[in-house]
Design a binder for this molecule. Structure first.
Ligand SMILES: [Zn+2]
Length: 214
């Protein structure tokens, strides 16, 4: 009896809560039951695989434009944790379709500890949160060199500034690795992460990102 009353109260208070605080789309702010509404989802453009030197297979889920770039920027700079779950679900779907049985460990691209301190989280780790937890190895890579904001650097400069920026755990030896990142711009970050992982003996390196610059 008490349980029934509790259940009734819970479902009543859920309804009350959604009536008082109706859910909104994290991108366009229109009313929506999901963190990213149907219209915004339709605006996301699926992407093919970019190629990056030394990386076996690269998959980006969406082109980095419109709603997809808005989502990446809001996650990185606006701490939009409500969006993170929806974005992580898209990543998990791509993982299941394209990588599942071929991966030993999933390694999010690390940020330097100073930046992590500043931001409070690593967006790549957040995007990996819906991937199989038993394969997640967040300490597989370490960023040992802080790098300045690189958006303006061209590929050659970017590669150069990233040299020696990453250090891989010896535990990746003989393993098939999947790198996870929010956005692939020139591919230089993924390339250098792959290089560090191979130096530590990784058997194969793959990459999955939410977005990719056209
Ligand atoms: Zn929307």
């Amino acid at each position: 009896m008490i349980n029934t009353a509790k259940r009734l109260w819970n479902s009543f208070s859920d309804e009350l809560q959604s009536a008082v605080y109706p859910a909104k789309c994290g991108l366009c702010s229109s009313w929506s039951d999901t963190p990213i509404c149907d219209l915004c989802q339709e605006e996301l453009k699926p992407v093919a695989s970019p190629t990056i030197q030394g990386i076996e297979k690269v998959l980006s889920v969406y082109w980095y434009e419109g709603r997809a770039s808005q989502a990446v920027r809001m996650l990185k700079y606006g701490s939009a944790t409500q969006l993170a779950g929806a974005m992580a679900d898209f990543m998990a779907l791509a993982y299941t379709q394209d990588f599942a049985d071929q991966i030993d460990w999933i390694v999010p691209v690390p940020i330097h500890w100073t930046r992590r301190f500043e931001r409070g989280f690593n967006q790549s780790e957040m995007l990996a949160m819906a991937l199989p937890a038993d394969k997640l190895f967040c300490k597989g890579l370490q960023r040992i060199k802080p790098t300045s904001a690189q958006a303006s650097l061209d590929r050659a400069h970017r590669l150069n500034s990233l040299k020696g920026a990453f250090n891989a755990s010896k535990a990746v030896h003989g393993k098939r690795i999947l790198l996870v990142d929010d956005v692939i711009t020139t591919g230089a970050t993924i390339e250098q992460c792959g290089h560090a992982l191979k130096l530590a003996g990784a058997k194969q390196v793959n990459a999955l990102s939410f977005a990719c610059v056209p």
